[in-house]
Design a protein around this ligand. Structure first.
Ligand code: NAD
Ligand code: MG
Length: 382
């Protein structure tokens, strides 16, 4: 039995993971679930899967949570430290890292540090501390399996050839809800406009990041560290149908792609069962219908977040931590109506340029810079 802990089980990735696990009860056992604040949903999950451990990471809720709502015998703990202890625990084989934001870093690190399989949805872990995580995984034998659909696709396509024969990888992007919009239209975008993604149903933050193309910028950085690429070996192409999840081009010019309908259950399950493949509850391609696939270059003038991603992938060091923190705080300010949609990449650019660059930072330096970048972002005015 593979004993699985799902960190962030009440989110979009978390609930899809539970849908996957419902079909794998013969091989996988859900041993822990966690949520930040939605404890009623968390309690319901413990009853559905008879889960022995649950964590509510917002410790201010300790007196308002009704313990009797959880499965009989389920141990309920509180606070961010409990997440780290769970991720490091011997009672867990595989950690699904599905917390949103840099808040997921410490628990991802603990899972890597203790040599577990980590199904990594929390891309912020790689943006903030990619080289440190990859190096630690090599030491501990931890298996970092990507859940992000593009990176799962690349991981699958890489199996078609030798690593040294890869020329480049091509990340696909849906283009988000504002593909083809004018600068004027983009300046007037409201939070509700940005919450509507054309092809994917995801958590709020990644949905806003997809609208600015910041999500793709983060994915460029994630690909660089996960697969040991140079920034100039990564290309982004807009593919509005979100069926081709990414491609790998080999030195002879052959491009290998991975296709499936846009649904996260497939990459989640593959990260859990790899190298095995099993029947999956995700929808299948309908090859009997008429359909077509479109590809076009992204508009890097209108979506300057992409340039930030390539620059940060190229420079490395402290840049990822600063970009990510500034982006998270800027999105919060946009959702609060304090800054415009088009300000988000501008704020990130200003904070990135103002930071004191270190090419080889420690983990604690990265966490300090994360806090600094958030403060700078809050101060920013147009
Ligand atoms: P979500 O907002 O739907 O869920 C986030 C989960 O994290 C919830 O369970 C929430 O309780 C928990 N959480 C929030 N803040 C927390 C904190 N401070 N401490 C501890 N837990 C906290 O997010 P999501 O869309 O499921 O995304 C999760 C991660 O997966 C993100 O890193 C995202 O970039 C990545 N991802 C998501 C998708 C997708 O389709 N949703 C695709 C690719 C990658
Ligand atoms: Mg993705």
């Amino acid at each position: 039995m593979n004993r699985i802990a799902v960190l962030g089980s009440t989110g979009s990735i978390g609930t899809s993971t539970l849908d996957v696990l419902a079909g794998q009860r013969d091989a996988m056992q859900l041993v822990a679930v966690t949520a930040h604040s939605r404890w009623q949903q968390l309690a319901e999950q413990t009853r559905q899967f008879d889960v022995p451990a649950a964590i509510v990471s917002d410790s201010s809720l300790v007196d308002s949570v009704d313990r009797s709502a959880f499965a009989t015998g389920c141990e309920v703990r509180f606070g961010a430290d409990a997440l780290v202890e769970l991720a490091a625990s011997d009672a867990v084989d595989t950690v699904v890292a599905a917390i949103v934001g840099a808040a997921g870093l410490r628990s991802s690190w603990a899972a890597v540090d203790t040599g577990k399989r980590v199904a990594l949805a929390n891309k912020e872990t790689m943006i903030v501390a990619g080289p440190q995580i990859v190096a630690r995984a090599a030491e501990t034998g931890a298996e970092l399996l990507p859940v992000d659909s593009e990176h799962s696709a690349i991981f699958q396509c890489l199996a078609a050839g030798r690593r040294e024969d890869v020329r480049r990888v091509i990340l696909t992007a849906s283009g988000g809800p504002f593909r083809g919009w004018s600068r004027q239209q983009l300046e007037a975008v409201t939070p509700d406009d940005a919450r509507k993604h054309p092809t994917w149903n995801m958590g709020e933050r990644i949905t806003i990041d997809s609208a600015t193309l910041m999500n793709k910028a983060l994915e460029v950085i994630e690909a660089k560290w996960l697969f040991g690429l140079e920034a100039d070996q990564i290309e982004v192409v807009v593919h509005p149908q979100s069926v081709v999840h990414s491609l790998v081009e080999f030195v002879d010019g052959s491009c290998v792609a991975q296709l499936s309908p846009p649904d996260m259950k497939l990459p989640i399950q593959y990260a859990l069962t790899w190298p095995e493949r099993r029947d999956c509850p995700s929808p299948k391609m309908d090859w009997s219908a008429n359909w077509s696939l479109d590809f076009e270059p992204p508009d890097r003038d209108l979506f300057p977040a992409l340039d930030l991603g390539f620059e940060v992938a190229d420079r490395g060091g402290t840049c990822g931590a600063v970009l990510n923190a500034s982006k998270e705080a800027a999105v919060d300010r946009f959702l609060a109506g304090e800054v415009r949609f088009t300000d988000i990449p501008q704020i990130c650019r200003a904070v990135l340029d103002a930071h004191h660059f270190d090419p080889a930072p420690s983990l604690s330096e990265l966490l300090q810079l994360d806090a600094w970048a958030r403060r700078e972002t809050i101060k920013w005015t147009r």
